[in-house]
Ligand binder design. Sequence first.
Ligand SMILES: [Zn+2]
Length: 500
Amino acid sequence: MRWIRKRRISEQCISKSWISKRWIKRRWLGGSSLFLLTIFLAMLALLLSAAPAEKHLSVYSTVANYSLPIMQRQGRDYVGLLELLEPLGTVSAKLDGSRWRLHYNNILGEFNNGKNRARIQGRDADLSAKFLLENGRGLVPLSSLDSLLPRFLGGPATLHAESGRLFIGNIATHFTATVATDDPSRLVFRFTAPVNPSVAAEPGKLHLTFTHEPLTAPASPTLTFSSKTIPAATYSENNGAAEITVTTTIPLMASFSNDGRSITLVPAKSQPAAAASIKPPTSAPVAQNSPTPPPQSGVPSAPRRYFAVIDASHGGSDRGEALSSTLAEKDVTVAFARRLRQELESRGISTLVLRDSDANLSLDDRAFFANSTHAAVYIVIHAASSGHGIRLYTAMLPYADGEDRGPFHPWSTAQSFYMPFSQAAAASVAAELRKDQISVRTLTAPLRPLNNVVSAAIAVEVAPPSSDVSSLLAPDYEQLIAGAVANGIVAIRSQLGAAP
Ligand SMILES: [Zn+2]
């Protein structure tokens, strides 16, 4: 994946603000208008994520925010050390019998299967439980991370072990909450960095859930306000996310302003005309109560012919990454795309391969063609020569430019409405890959054309199973990956199909 390589080189010098800007809110209706729609979408997201939650570690750092699965071994929580360090620098690992040697930038760590003691740069490091080797993967106990990581990273790491959140370096977003002085029915949250929580309402409560932000607790987890309608809010953390739960006696809406640094909760009855055409959420299942989708520029409504569109990245004069002296990424991606179509169709999913030849399509063309099919899911394939297993990407939307376009989404953030569907699709595919013991990580990236696609949209980056790059084309491996990806799509088929 050529684009990713570039980013990984440059990300070392990316400032904290760059990352936080990329995480900030998506503007559903532009400007700082009130967001009943956001609440509705958040409820959709909640419904979509209602599947049993896998345990996750969310990692916050100045170069990337990402999450990893937490595995239970011998009654303890473990994470893969290579997967944890990989987004932060240059990592490689070598297995030598029961010894596992990991290089992170210039730091060498030596671990032994079943041993509590490791050596990092020749000095002892005690782990809180045994180091484990599994199929060549090195697993370390979660509770060792705040002592282990500083030895590799040269800076502090703060672990919230109970809630699965890891803060690397001095990264934290703080907040205050105050009742507006002129109107006690309004509660104003102010954040030290832009935030983009999901917002969900239930009778008597409004939940703001922060998965991508290093939000940290206020001095007291319970905040009380001198307001009859909003008496209190509580802060909590659970499974890789922070949550603010607001207690209220009336329905509330969330309004984002100040470039995502402020959220104002106001009584829902004062909703503006702009949001009035959006049906309020009800308790009906999603499939029976599809929302009116926001109009998408340039995309007429039409019946769905294909459920899935697969895009083989690169092509023609764009060869993608030179995986070896003879193997170009563009050839691997088209082979995988065809295999995936076969796997999907054998499971009853009608599928179109967008690039089924050596054509060179622009990113805009790819998004335009994908959108014009009205498929429920768009899957773009990339391949990489290094790393191992699969990386799954969903869009990271560009910083909104503040221009109010009314109900029309700008092209660069066309994906915003579908983000909950994309994330649900990525989670489902990841779960199926893990069932087959395939190493997988889910990430967000400003990877075009994901942000231009008006359906669930994911990128699948395939790395070789071994150091031999040509094994990318091994039929067994292709079959294994394509089969698991197809199972992941099938598992979430009804939810994706319910998307407008
Ligand atoms: Zn690529």
